[in-house]
Design a protein around this ligand. Structure first.
Ligand SMILES: Cc1cc2nc3c(=O)[nH]c(=O)nc-3n(C[C@H](O)[C@H](O)[C@H](O)COP(=O)(O)OP(=O)(O)OC[C@H]3O[C@@H](n4cnc5c(N)ncnc54)[C@H](O)[C@@H]3O)c2cc1C
Ligand SMILES: *[C@@H]1O[C@H](CO)[C@@H](O)[C@H](O)[C@H]1NC(C)=O
Ligand SMILES: *[C@@H]1O[C@H](CO)[C@@H](O)[C@H](O)[C@H]1NC(C)=O
Ligand SMILES: *[C@@H]1O[C@H](CO)[C@@H](O)[C@H](O)[C@H]1NC(C)=O
Ligand SMILES: *[C@@H]1O[C@H](CO)[C@@H](O)[C@H](O)[C@H]1NC(C)=O
Ligand SMILES: *[C@@H]1O[C@H](CO)[C@@H](O)[C@H](O)[C@H]1NC(C)=O
Ligand SMILES: *[C@@H]1O[C@H](CO)[C@@H](O)[C@H](O)[C@H]1NC(C)=O
Length: 792
């Protein structure tokens, strides 16, 4: 991992590159407008002689045209405008006509005050458009005035288009800047812990979060309680409200602000003008300005929506915000861009019909750039349609494939759509940038894959990733044990990896899984084992189950070719809190258990350093509450990863068996009273429990996977034998909310802090989030909520 400042400079360099490219967007500055008025007026005629028949050829070189233009420039333009007006005229002559503008000094004799006074002065109705003009003439003041105002509003709208498009970038620059700053502050505070004397340093962290004496701390605490933590519509967050997940208030604030900014910028500052020299009525002007502005702003949103969608998004690292947060931004920017694309299409339709160009409108469909623009709007709309959660959740793989194919088409279509401009003014800053961002993400994915999965190791030669998949039928869980080709990865809590099965027909398919457990190699020749615990669903995970079962028996396991891409996600700094409450629902145990084990490792490290040593954690005790429907899964973990930890005074784990199942009595040495209460998560439950007395207490059980291969877990007797400590399984849902309240009370009014982390079903996570927010204090940041989510 790069240090923060290095990442920051990388980000700034990229931002700078994007804005300089933006200068490719052609805008006419106010003091250049007068020069273009000359082109507007004199460009409507033919000038026999030099350059005849070539638009810029005659306008820029024909003596009569040139003298007419300079004469009008000198007569009507402000002296301060002359230089930049001549500059832009010359630039257009060379860019579009490949000839320079004839120098005024060539016609000095014809451009004296006296000579100009002898020129005929014409009105626009004196000379029909496209006539052959064989003399120099001065336009009338009235003609100039109309042309000047027309040119002004045209150029003004173009400037506004560019400014408003970049205002969108500015908006996100500000948001991301705040994100980076808060992340740097937070990291700096946390960096004080971990490597120093726990007591002094933890006290420092406590006082940093203790806002009683300082307004910033109080402000942050209030912000955390009312804005950063709660959902916008509690208790809905992960759980759907009318098919939509509800962002937190902070996310909603950002997204809503962007909608408002965009809507306002799309609708203000339109100026139509009757008797405009380009269009005689207001309607076509407004339609065209609307169409151009929304089109440009839609292009401006493209790089943003690609930045926000990537797995390898530098702002993920810089701000510490979750992929889920950026995903919310991604979706909203995409929706806005699509609406803008549709408005652009409607705008041009309105323009052609209101300007009386209906014939051209239909003819234009024969032009590739036009039809591809229409196609792009349709494609964008379909992308949005196929992204509705209804489709996304049911057919994730198809959604993804369609999403990617349509996105490629979109970029190609838009590239052709705007390649009609002589300057690549839309393609470079927007289309190429968006493609580059995408390419960067894909490239980094590839690099990560090669880095993780292939390695030449001394003594071992070429090593590649090996995987062992085991299905534990009774627990309904797949364990995937991966030995990465590269043994020197740095596993940690909060990480997730994408797993590929490259030799399958859909080999590109990949799924994210949280790193649930790992074993570091003790010697360099040992392997690193990464373990993933996967609850099978309907797609790839179900196929894995099938493959496992097909392999049959209770001793077989499958070893498919597998690739590992990661790690993604960041460890939450919960070791800086005095107390930790971990809440897991079902397979969510994979998300929180690594933090418990991390705590244990940190304490061991501290103990190894001696009494005066540095304990790299501020945590004193950890409570884990876990509910699952399968008793076998509860036992599997209790006797596996948690073996030896359940008796410790600083670790309090409660297991809950939910659903219809009851804790098995067979496993217990003494039959127990079991009453299964199907209670809701809000009523207090301390139902009778089943004690499982470990027959051989203290037996050291190494966490082993693959001992029970495909098939049913070992018998109840085996549990008994391997159990290392008495652990009890309670039946019915845990009363998580009162646990949260109880623990919250223990920190209230003290200076210690509590971290609550949840990984589990939507309802569970949302309820805990809500209660945590309710129990937060406003004068200090005593409790913080963390969420590991298995979806976005
Ligand atoms: C960061 C993260 C960590 C996760 N960690 C774990 C874990 O440790 N253990 C575990 O059991 N599950 C975990 N999941 C969930 C797991 O990724 C899905 O259950 C799995 O992808 C389903 O695969 P499938 O083809 O069988 O699903 P399907 O039956 O096709 O779909 C089931 C659900 O999974 C979602 N889904 C499918 N593929 C993906 C994907 N590639 N990315 C995101 N969502 C997808 C679908 O939207 C759908 O809601 C995690 C998810 C995320 C986002
Ligand atoms: C410039 O002035 C000369 C002399 O008055 C005249 O012959 C010539 O036609 C003029 N040229 C133009 C382009 O008006
Ligand atoms: C025109 O000529 C003058 C003097 O010869 C020179 O200073 C000026 O740069 C020239 N302008 C252009 C646009 O070539
Ligand atoms: C202009 O002049 C050209 C020949 O120089 C002639 O062919 C054309 O018809 C003329 N156009 C008009 C509108 O008079
Ligand atoms: C956990 O630690 C905190 C802080 O040291 C303490 O107040 C609390 O009583 C402890 N709880 C348990 C159950 O040990
Ligand atoms: C362990 O946590 C449960 C709540 O989940 C609580 O009732 C119990 O008192 C705790 N035990 C200890 C020793 O703190
Ligand atoms: C269940 O508990 C009750 C009272 O605690 C006791 O009388 C009864 O014998 C117990 N039943 C069994 C099967 O242990």
């Amino acid at each position: 991992m790069l240090p923060s400042y290095k990442r920051l400079t990388t980000a700034l360099a990229l931002l700078f590159a994007a804005t300089t490219q933006a200068t490719v967007l052609e805008i006419i500055l106010p003091d250049q407008e007068c020069g273009l008025v000359m082109f507007d007026v004199y460009g409507d005629y033919d000038w026999p002689g030099v350059g005849y028949g070539d638009y810029y050829g005659q306008l820029c070189q024909n003596p009569n045209a040139v003298v007419s233009m300079y004469a009008s420039l000198y007569t009507y333009c402000k002296p301060s405008e002359l230089e930049s007006s001549i500059f832009i005229m010359n630039q257009w002559c060379t860019d579009y006509g490949e000839v320079p503008l004839a120098n005024a000094s060539l016609y000095a004799a014809n451009l004296t005050k006296e000579a100009i006074a002898t020129l005929p002065v014409l009105n626009s109705d004196d000379l029909p458009e496209d006539s052959n003009v064989t003399y120099a003439f001065l336009m009338s003041q009235a003609w100039f005035d109309v042309a000047r105002v027309s040119e002004h509003w045209y150029d003004y709208e173009q400037r506004i288009e560019a400014y408003y498009t970049f205002a969108g970038f500015g908006f996100w620059a500000i948001i991301l800047f705040f994100g980076v700053v808060q992340n740097v502050i937070r990291k700096t505070i946390e960096a004080r812990s971990g490597y120093t004397y726990a007591d002094a340093e933890c006290a420092a962290i406590r006082s940093a979060s203790n806002g009683k004496s300082n307004i910033v701390g109080r402000g942050m605490a209030t912000l955390r309680k009312y804005v950063l933590t709660p959902s916008s519509l509690p208790p809905y967050h992960q759980r759907r409200f009318m098919g939509c997940s509800i962002p937190t208030r902070a996310e909603s604030f950002v997204v809503l602000s962007y909608w408002i900014v965009t809507i306002v910028l799309s609708f203000v500052n339109y100026h139509g003008q009757a008797n405009n020299i380009f269009w005689p009525t207001n309607a076509p002007q407004i339609w065209k300005y609307l169409a151009d502005r929304t089109g440009t702003m839609a292009y401006g949103n493209l790089p943003l929506l690609w930045i926000f969608s990537g797995r390898n998004n530098i702002f993920l690292w810089l701000t510490g915000w979750s992929f889920g947060t950026f995903n919310i931004f991604h979706r909203n920017v995409a929706r806005i861009a699509t609406i803008q694309g549709i408005m652009h299409s409607i705008g041009y339709t309105g323009y052609y019909f209101s300007a009386g160009y209906a014939d051209y409108y239909t003819e234009n469909f024969e032009e590739l750039w036009w039809s591809l623009g229409v196609a792009a709007t349709v494609v964008m709309s379909f992308i949005i349609l196929f992204s509705f959660s209804f489709f996304r959740n049911r057919f994730y793989e198809n959604f993804l494939l369609i999403h990617i194919v349509l996105s490629v088409l979109l970029l190609v279509f838009l590239y052709y759509h705007t390649s009609i401009f002589d300057l690549p003014e839309y393609n470079y800053p927007f289309i190429i940038t968006a493609s580059a961002i995408w390419g960067f993400d894909r490239l980094v994915r590839l690099v990560r894959q090669v880095y993780n999965n292939a390695r030449i190791r001394s003594g071992k030669g070429f090593t590649s990733t090996k995987a062992t998949v085991t299905y534990h039928e009774a627990a309904n869980i797949l364990t995937i044990d991966v030995v990465p080709g590269n043994p020197s990865l740095f596993p940690g809590p909060g990480q997730h990896y994408y797993l590929y099965q490259p030799l399958r027909f859909f080999g590109w398919e990949n799924h994210p899984f949280t790193l649930a457990h790992w074993s570091q190699p003790a010697t360099p020749s040992d392997d690193l084992h990464l373990q993933f615990w996967v609850r099978p669903y309907d797609g790839w995970t179900k196929k894995l189950v099938k493959q496992c079962k097909a392999n049959g028996g209770s001793t077989e396991t499958i070893a498919p070719a597998m690739l590992l891409e990661g790690p993604y996600g960041a460890s939450e700094p919960i070791h800086t809190f005095d107390q930790i409450l971990l809440v897991a629902g079902g397979s969510g145990i994979a998300g929180v258990l690594p933090y418990l084990l991390d705590y244990v490792r940190r304490v061991e490290k501290g103990a190894a350093a001696g009494a005066n040593g540095r304990i790299p954690t501020c945590t004193r005790n950890v409570t884990l509450v876990w509910a699952d429907r399968r008793e076998e899964y509860l036992r599997f973990i209790a006797e596996g990863s948690l073996a030896g930890l359940l008796d410790r005074p600083d670790i309090n784990v409660s297991f809950h068996l939910t659903g219809d199942a009851q804790p098995s009595v067979a496993a217990a040495t003494t039959p127990a009273n079991v009453s299964s209460t199907a209670s809701s998560s809000t009523d207090a439950v301390n139902s009778p429990v089943t004690p499982v007395e470990g027959a051989e207490l203290g037996e050291k059980t190494v966490h082993q996977f693959g001992t029970e291969k495909c098939g049913v877990l070992a018998s109840a007797a085996a549990y008994k034998k391997r159990a290392t400590g008495g652990f009890r399984i309670q039946s019915g849902r845990p009363d998580v909310l009162s646990t949260v309240r109880k623990l919250a009370q223990t920190v209230q009014g003290t200076n210690s802090r509590l971290a609550v982390m949840v990984c589990g079903p939507n309802d569970l996570a949302d309820n805990v989030r809500h209660v945590v927010a309710q129990n937060m204090e406003t004068d200090r940041q005593s409790i913080e909520y963390f969420e590991e989510s298995f979806g976005w």
